[in-house]
Ligand binder design. Structure first.
Ligand SMILES: Nc1ncnc2c1ncn2[C@@H]1O[C@H](COP(=O)(O)OP(=O)(O)O)[C@@H](O)[C@H]1O
Ligand SMILES: [Mg+2]
Length: 590
């Protein structure tokens, strides 16, 4: 985020929050509650403390990230139990419970005994009225005092936490006495609202959540949970203002603009999370709607996908050989089936040093290759239907060809860009892409019709078409969603394809028919070796993948570097690692 953006976004958030708080404070004023006069003297403050009920102390804080030198006397810092878990209905079963950000946010996954439905209950420490008042003042002070960073900052949260700490230490006495725990809570809320993702910040911290969607005002926010799938949360936006403010803030964080005139935004949030917005009631009658597809910082490598059963070792070894020989690959599947993830994982297998260019609507691909250029489409700046300044996927694919990449990867083809991609394949470039389609037949039908309009004679230029799907399997008596590659097809012509791999849903196994592969036959001829020799090579690569799994090598970077090593010195690498591993048990037996 640039200096200006950060300052601007902090200022906007503060202005809005302060304005809102002022309104809600006015509305909620009740004579019974202790009046908070922040500007009051210290003497007044201590007199007031007697009237203030301190939070009941029950839970211990195991870890606090915001380290403050608040109290010289070491007191036990403890926090009140959150109201959420206290108010759970009777008979409701808690199926899972974990912490998101100690000690501020936890989650309980509950199940309704009658319907069996799961619900995600976020349990976040809230500010009491007194803390709210001080929080309100702190925001004003932060706005006045936080200085623009001198250099470009990479981590706004860290910058904010450090600055806020200094400011709180300076003002905490004049702001009135509060227990340590309240200061932690205030700082947590300030960070969450100013540099974080606001109300949904805790959800963004949950690695189990794949996407977050809000369908409108006064409707529960839904999430897609890795274990419990699509479930309701106890979060919801009670007013249009609340919801719109958050969305405007998110869009600004992504460096874009949203308004009634331009109500549709597709943007990339800090951390590469993908945000889609329909603003106000222009196109969504229930109010602003948004969906966030979360980005994994540690992308799935091919080894991860083998470990979770999406790919098999043999399939990956086969694809490795094909990619080395410049096969073009298309990944098919439905929404969130795991197409982009599979495509990105295949990136591990691409020869290092290849010149790769990726082309996407929003940045999702994350490769470890040095010689990689990422191109991202840009929306128009023009008014109405004008496309002034727009850089569409189609334009990018065209430009890309002029850069003469070895491999062109298109995030998702939908329209005319597919036509250009096939032109690129026809002129000898390598190409990979994903496409939304259920199976090969429907993909080919879409490719050969408008707007893609690819001649059927060009279809076999896409050598491999594989489809991925989210499937439900019962394992250990539990039904869960898994991702599986349903089939790997080699395209002979627009109506004929062979299946070296096909998934058997009953056994949850890949049925392998390597003999049917004509690509391997082609490559062996091209390489001047027999087909058997190429299949032996395939088996060696399978062993390399297996060796990585056994050696716990899984991160994208590590996997890619092992594969790079194998590309550079296959024989030596194989002898040094896989064969010496195989020899070990014999040595022990002797
Ligand atoms: N093989 C897989 N196993 C488990 N989760 C996966 C797998 N592939 C993708 N996911 C998760 O599913 C979500 C959607 O994946 P993505 O690849 O973006 O889907 P698509 O491109 O098909 O829309 C992501 O949150 C991702 O982490
Ligand atoms: Mg995708």
């Amino acid at each position: 985020m640039s200096k200006l953006n950060l300052k601007q976004s902090i200022k906007e958030s503060i202005d809005k929050t302060v304005a809102k708080l002022k309104r809600s404070n006015k509305a909620k004023k009740s004579p019974k509650k202790p009046k908070i006069n922040i500007k009051g003297s210290l003497a007044n403050t201590s007199a007031r403390i007697k009237n203030i009920k301190l939070p009941k102390i029950k839970l211990k804080i195991p870890k606090i990230n915001l380290k403050l030198k608040l109290n010289s006397k070491k007191k036990k810092v403890e926090i009140e139990p959150s109201p959420v878990t206290k108010t759970l209905q009777k008979g409701v079963k808690i199926v899972d419970k974990y912490s998101l950000y100690e000690p501020f946010a936890q989650v309980a996954i509950i199940q309704d005994p009658k319907t069996g439905e799961h619900k995600y209950v976020l349990d976040e420490l809230q500010l009491d009225p007194m803390e709210r008042g001080i929080y309100n003042r702190i925001l004003e002070i932060l706005l006045a005092e936080i200085e623009s960073p001198k250099e470009e900052i990479t981590d706004p949260r860290k910058f904010f936490a450090e600055e806020a700490k200094k400011i709180v230490e300076k003002y905490r006495i004049s702001l009135g006495w509060l227990p340590d725990v309240s200061w932690y809570k205030i700082l947590y809320h300030a960070e969450r609202d100013l540099v974080g993702f606001g109300k949904i910040d805790p959800l963004m911290r949950d690695p189990n959540i794949e996407d977050i969607s809000c369908d409108g005002v006064n409707k529960p926010v839904y999430i897609w949970h890795r274990v419990f799938e699509s479930i309701e949360t106890n979060l919801q936006f009670e007013s249009d203002e609340d919801l719109d403010n958050l969305v405007v803030k998110l869009v600004h964080m992504a460096g874009k603009h949203v308004s009634s005139a331009f109500p549709i935004v597709d943007a990339s949030l800090p951390g590469k999370h993908r945000l889609a917005v329909a603003y106000r009631r222009e196109i969504t009658p229930f109010g602003t709607a948004y969906t966030i597809r979360k980005f994994r910082e540690d992308p799935y490598s091919i080894i991860d996908l083998i470990n979770i059963g999406t790919f098999t070792e043999e399939m990956a070894a086969y694809l490795w050989i094909c990619l080395e020989n410049r096969a073009s690959v298309m990944v098919l599947g439905g929404t969130a089936a795991g197409k982009t993830t599979a495509l990105n994982a295949l990136g591990c297998l691409i020869k290092p040093g290849s010149k790769i260019m990726t082309i996407e609507e929003t940045a999702e691909l994350n490769l470890s290759h040095e010689n990689w250029v990422s191109l991202i489409a840009r929306q128009s700046y023009g008014l109405g239907g004008s496309s002034v300044g727009e850089v569409a996927l189609f334009d990018l694919v065209k430009t890309c060809m002029r850069h003469r990449p070895d491999l062109m990867i298109v995030g998702e083809v939908r329209g005319q860009e597919a036509y250009v991609l096939f032109q690129a394949l026809a002129t000898g470039h390598g190409g990979m892409c994903t496409m939304h389609a259920e199976n090969v037949q429907s993909a080919i039908r879409r490719l050969t019709q408008k707007p893609m309009d690819i001649s059927p004679a060009y279809i076999p230029l896409m050598n491999i078409v594989m489809s991925v799907q989210r499937v439900h399997l019962v394992k250990n008596g539990e039904k869960k969603a898994y991702r599986r590659i349903l089939s790997v097809n080699e395209i002979i012509d627009s109506e004929k394809y062979v299946n070296p791999f096909k998934w058997d849903p009953i056994k949850d196994q890949q049925m392998v028919d390597i003999d049917s592969s004509f690509l391997l036959t082609n490559y062996s001829e091209r390489l001047g070796i027999t087909r058997e020799q190429l299949v032996e090579e395939l088996n060696r690569r399978k062993n390399v993948l297996s060796w990585m799994r056994n050696s716990n090598i899984r991160s994208y970077k590590e996997v890619a570097s092992i594969i790079a090593e194998y590309y550079a010195r296959p024989k030596e690498f194989y002898q040094k690692t896989v064969e010496s591993e195989e020899a070990k048990p014999v040595a022990v037996a002797k």
